[in-house]
Design a protein around this ligand. Structure first.
Ligand SMILES: *[C@@H]1O[C@H](CO)[C@@H](O)[C@H](O)[C@H]1NC(C)=O
Ligand SMILES: *[C@@H]1O[C@H](CO)[C@@H](O)[C@H](O)[C@H]1NC(C)=O
Ligand SMILES: *[C@@H]1O[C@H](CO)[C@@H](O)[C@H](O)[C@H]1NC(C)=O
Length: 835
């Protein structure tokens, strides 16, 4: 099915069937984008000099302590203050590191002790495992002294991977450690092991049909014995991706799996001695149903416990690469659906056909892979040791179920292109409407955190936060529900964030439009506050509809924004930025109190730049401009300008956008190099408009726009050279005629129409009469890299010289472009491709 499509056909299939609505669903836009520096007052951080890789986080003592496993160290932090309470240095000794290097491992990355497992063992001890320079070791940590019991280092084989880069998961249940890992130096022997505690250790059969090059990502303990009518057992679930055995033609294909064992399993008597008799696994399907496109690479799983075990939900975080498009997705599964699949038909390898297929013959009794229940006990089988050989032999050869586990709603909860999701946690929070909503916190490969609200019919991305800078993957996430805190670990540090920062919503409309179930507008305090606060009846919130009528706002509130005064000479091109704090808002402009008619050729709004562009300002442009952020019918004042146009200045002019209010100045973007196509298009179109304007007989005055952005040192690429100028001036190839000494770019429209004269002094600081020019006219150069924001689908990253491609509209659009580049699709629909 999915396997039978090549990457190219996959692209075609997405392209052909993703309608506009679907595409919007497929590439949600976070309402707010909070960059690193705006998190300063909100986030608390911890890091210790010389220590890196904060990979494992565990809460203790009713969320008062956070235990952190890092490279060669373990820390105990106070969650209230993020202060270090105690630290353990747990280095692999030099001789182990030497051995590690001698065995061919990298002394910069591999030959350290990475703490990969850290969990509460009992009330007085933690249990920790580390890779220990490719010779894994485990140890108890005594909490009262916060020290390792050094004499009792235990062999970590099977409990912790040798290789720090390999997937691993484990959990402790009643003093027994369940771990899923790679059991040897080479990483070739996968195992799901139960260790510690009173029993002998139990493991998986070493067969490719059981585990085949797995990448383990998560595990969960579900107490299914609680309230069970038939004396059922508790289960431990494991989540991983592995190489599929069942799709014979596609040896390379990887699939996502869920496997489980029963807690009471003690192995068979003759067959499956000290091996799981209850090991069953099934495909975990996460896919786009219309396109039959599967997400096969499982990245992480979060288990959300409910009131009873049947309410347990698993949230799987997946990645897929279709062609050269990388897509991340989240799918949700109910434990009951997993259980049904394990009770359904098995898959079987058919020797004669050399194929895997559904097993349809009679199944031995007792049912292979089932836990011991009252049914068994009544028949004299009190433990797995008493199971008959035919049941065990069948269990050994039939670990795989025929049916896949399907996600809730039969599709992903959310999708994101190019996001590279790495970890997630989920909170279930009761909003003021009395309904419990799931809120997903998803970490990305470049240090961002997305917060997503799951609504009955759709998903709303509340915000995205840049938790780590420079970009680095979020390696671990834990949720402190009572304290309403979230902890994230990365290579360089641990960060603590509140589940919501309601104070950033400054108005009632902004607070309501946020749809953040943790926040509500207080009529008493006139502030956006935590929704679980005391004066519940006076709080306003509407997470489903975000109806701002709640706030009783006039459509256009009286504005308190002080307009910026700008005086320019006639003929100047003006760029008036209006930064919208919501990516879902649209800019609305008024001119002298009336809605601005953007149809006039000389005034246009550029959504990508988030700016109003006035070409060749004349007296008719003189007046008051206001920008409003319009979202769901509510208008919030965002920016104001008071523009005065002074007539008839002769000579070259330079106009700089008002730079006094930094952060508001979102100026034009120039593309250099192959990577920045979208940016190039913007500039080219702007240039075209400018030229058209001049050809129409607009002021012959030469006007210059200065774009305060950093440029690489190479000369502009040929595609960038303005054609009107290139034939009239040889020196245009000279970088000096393109750049000011400060490195900013000059664009000189209509060069050919210039009157001959002495070369313009540049920059002419006093060139504009009446203009109270900032002196010195510092470009206050914008750092555009890393800026995200959008009023269309997807992100726009205004980033120059980086290898990043611009976020160019939605998934469908990108695919469309790719397909057009590749031309001649075998079965492409011409109507679709001409859209
Ligand atoms: C790792 O090996 C390189 C070259 O063999 C050596 O220069 C470097 O000092 C070593 N680094 C450590 C941390 O041992
Ligand atoms: C916890 O486990 C450790 C290690 O087995 C043991 O020494 C200690 O006595 C246990 N503590 C309690 C309170 O049971
Ligand atoms: C803009 O000009 C007006 C009228 O001249 C003046 O009252 C106001 O203070 C000026 N605003 C700024 C920000 O300079």
């Amino acid at each position: 099915m999915d396997a039978s499509l090549s990457g190219f056909a996959l692209l075609a299939s997405v392209f052909l069937s993703l309608g506009a609505a679907d595409a919007a669903w497929a590439n949600l836009v976070p309402r707010k984008t909070i960059p690193y520096n705006e998190l300063k007052d909100v986030a608390k951080r911890f890091s210790k000099a010389g220590v890196s890789h904060y990979l494992t986080l565990t809460l203790g003592e009713a969320e008062r302590v956070l235990y952190v496993g890092a490279r060669e160290a373990v820390f105990a932090l106070a969650t209230g203050t993020m202060e270090l309470k105690a630290a353990i240095s747990w280095e692999a000794p030099p001789e182990k590191k030497v051995e590690c290097v001698q065995k061919g491992k990298n002394n910069q990355t591999d030959c350290f002790n990475y703490v990969r497992f850290l969990q509460t063992y009992n009330s007085s001890h933690l249990y920790a495992c580390g890779t220990f320079a490719f010779q894994p070791k485990c140890a108890y940590i005594e909490l009262s002294s916060f020290s390792l019991s050094r004499l009792a280092f235990e062999d970590g084989k099977g409990k912790c991977p040798y290789d720090p880069a390999k997937g691993h998961t484990g959990l402790i249940v009643d003093g027994e450690l369940y771990s899923a890992t790679l059991n040897n130096f080479l990483g070739t022997e996968p195992v799901i092991l139960r260790n510690l505690g009173p029993h002998y250790s139990m493991k998986t059969e070493y067969l490719a049909s059981w585990l085949n090059e797995p990448h383990f990502v998560g595990s969960a303990y579900v107490q299914e014995s609680v309230g069970s009518g038939d004396g059922d057992d508790d289960k431990v679930y494991f989540f991983f991706s592995e190489r599929a055995v069942e799709y014979d033609c596609y040896a390379e294909q990887v699939v996502a799996r869920v496997a489980r064992v029963c807690k009471g399993d003690v192995g068979g008597a003759r067959t499956l001695q000290k091996k799981w008799t209850t090991f069953l696994k099934a495909r975990l399907a996460c896919f786009l149903p219309e396109q039959q496109l599967y997400f096969n690479q499982l990245q992480a799983v979060y288990t959300l416990a409910g009131a009873g075990w049947r309410d347990t939900a698993f949230f799987g975080l997946f990645q897929a690469r279709w062609g050269d498009v990388c897509v991340s997705a989240v799918c949700q599964y109910q434990v009951e659906d997993v259980r049904k699949v394990f009770e359904g038909p098995y898959k079987e390898y058919r020797e004669e056909a050399q194929k895997w297929g559904r097993y349809t013959d009679p199944v031995p009794s007792p049912r292979p892979g089932a836990c011991i229940t009252d049914w068994h006990r009544h028949r004299g089988m009190a433990s797995s040791l008493e199971l008959p050989d035919n049941t065990l032999n069948f269990a050994k050869t039939h670990p795989l179920m025929d049916e896949p586990v399907l996600p809730q709603r039969a599709r992903p909860l959310l999708l994101k292109k190019d996001a590279n999701f790495t970890r997630l946690v989920v909170d279930r929070v009761r909003a003021l409407d009395g309904v419990a909503y799931d809120v997903l916190f998803i970490g990305t490969g470049d240090g961002w955190l997305h917060k997503a609200l799951i609504l009955p019919s759709r998903v709303h991305l509340v915000e995205e936060l840049q938790v780590f800078e420079p970009p680095q993957p979020i390696e671990s996430l834990v949720l402190a529900r009572q304290k309403k805190l979230l902890f994230a670990g990365s290579r360089s540090q641990v960060a603590r964030l509140p589940l919501a920062d309601c104070a950033k919503y400054r108005s009632c409309a902004d607070c309501v439009l946020a749809r953040d179930p943790y926040c509500a507008w207080s009529r008493n305090a006139s502030r956006c506050l935590r929704a679980d606060g005391p004066d519940g009846s006076l709080l306003l919130q509407d997470v489903v509809n975000a109806d701002t009528a709640l706030c009783n706002l006039q459509p256009a509130m009286p504005v308190k924004i002080t307009p910026k005064n700008i005086t320019v000479a006639a003929g100047t091109d003006l760029v008036l930025p209006c930064r919208l704090t919501s990516n879902l808002a649209r800019a609305r402009w008024t001119f002298n109190g009336r809605d601005l008619a953007l149809e006039q050729a000389s005034v246009l709004y550029d959504a990508r730049l988030q700016a109003l562009v006035i070409l060749g300002a004349g007296p008719q442009h003189d007046g008051a401009y206001r920008c409003f952020a319009e979202e769901q019918g509510a208008r919030l004042a965002a920016e104001g300008y008071s523009v005065a146009v002074v007539a008839g200045a002769a000579g070259p002019l330079e106009v700089r956008a008002p730079l006094d209010n930094l952060g508001l100045v979102w100026m034009v973007v120039v593309a250099l190099g192959a990577g920045c196509l979208a940016l190039l298009l913007v500039v080219l179109s702007l240039r075209r408009r400018l030229r058209e304007e001049l050809e129409k007989g607009s002021p012959a005055v030469e006007s210059t726009l200065v774009y305060p952005i950093e440029l690489p040192k190479e000369p502009p690429s040929p595609a960038f050279v303005p054609s009107a100028a290139s034939d009239s001036d040889e020196k245009l190839w000279d970088p000096a005629s393109y750049y000011y000494s400060d490195g900013s770019l000059k664009i000189v429209p209509g060069h050919a129409a210039c009157q001959p004269g002495p070369p313009a002094p540049s920059p002419p600081a006093n060139g504009i009469p009446g203009q109270p020019l900032q002196s010195p006219p510092s470009p206050g150069r914008l750092h555009l890299a890393g800026v995200r924001g959008s009023s269309s689908n997807g992100y726009i990253r205004l980033q120059l010289g980086a290898d990043e491609r611009p976020g160019y509209g939605d998934l469908a659009e990108e695919l469309r472009r790719k397909l057009q580049q590749r031309q001649a699709l075998p079965d492409s629909n011409p109507e679709e491709s001409s859209v």
